[in-house]
Write a protein of this length. Structure first.
Length: 202
């Protein structure tokens, strides 16, 4: 005999526009969060969604659970959709993953991105050559990240044959490359595993 319950659980459920609107009204009236004044809600959104490091898709890392907040309901999505971009750090190991992710965003979402991180820079001289590539430079000069203000270089311990002094020299070269991407950009450096707030200007 067929298990009716298991079958129906797998079927997609279509929700009409009227049902969606009714759910929105009900959430607005009953949700403890949505009943708060807008100013207080914004502070909660900033606390929940800000100061995170969000890896771009394709990097093989999981996003913080805080992102689930903007998927709860339409009103929260409308009010907080851009905050993860403007208040947190968008992290990428590879420029191609960053470019692919940015290309799928709306212009408003792109412009909301203020800080990105070049992640897990271990072999500094290789990283310098990679991020100094023509394709990478073309992407950052394309104007797709008009709101970009800060780039964080996240470095890991260098290989045993690469001295700390040599790594620091290569990181400084990389910082010069980053500054060529956009006038007035701030370059920060932090060690792998440290909190983003521990970044220091390079």
């Amino acid at each position: 005999m067929t298990d009716t319950k298991s079958v129906t659980e797998e079927l997609p459920v279509k929700i009409s526009s009227d049902e969606k609107n009714e759910a929105t009204k009900r959430n607005t009236a009953e949700s403890p969060l949505l009943r708060l004044p807008a100013e207080l809600r914004n502070e909660i959104y900033k606390y929940a969604l800000g100061r995170h490091v969000y890896p771009v898709p394709g990097d093989g890392r999981k996003n913080p659970r805080a992102l689930n907040l903007v998927r709860v309901c339409r009103q929260i999505q409308q009010e907080a959709a851009f905050l993860p971009y403007s208040l947190s750090v968008l992290s990428s190991r590879m420029a191609i993953h960053l470019e692919e992710f940015v290309s799928r965003l709306s212009i408003s979402q792109r412009n909301a991105i203020e800080t990105i991180q070049l992640s897990e820079i271990g072999y500094a001289e290789c990283s310098y050559s990679y991020w100094n590539g023509e394709d990478v430079s073309e992407f950052f000069h394309s104007g797709k990240l008009n709101g970009l203000q800060t780039v964080v270089i996240e470095k890991v311990c260098p290989a045993v044959w690469l001295s700390l002094e040599h790594q620091d020299q290569e990181i400084r070269k990389l910082a010069q490359v980053v500054r060529s991407w956009k006038a007035g950009i701030t370059v920060m450096v932090r060690d792998y595993g440290d909190d983003v707030d521990l970044s220091v200007e390079c």
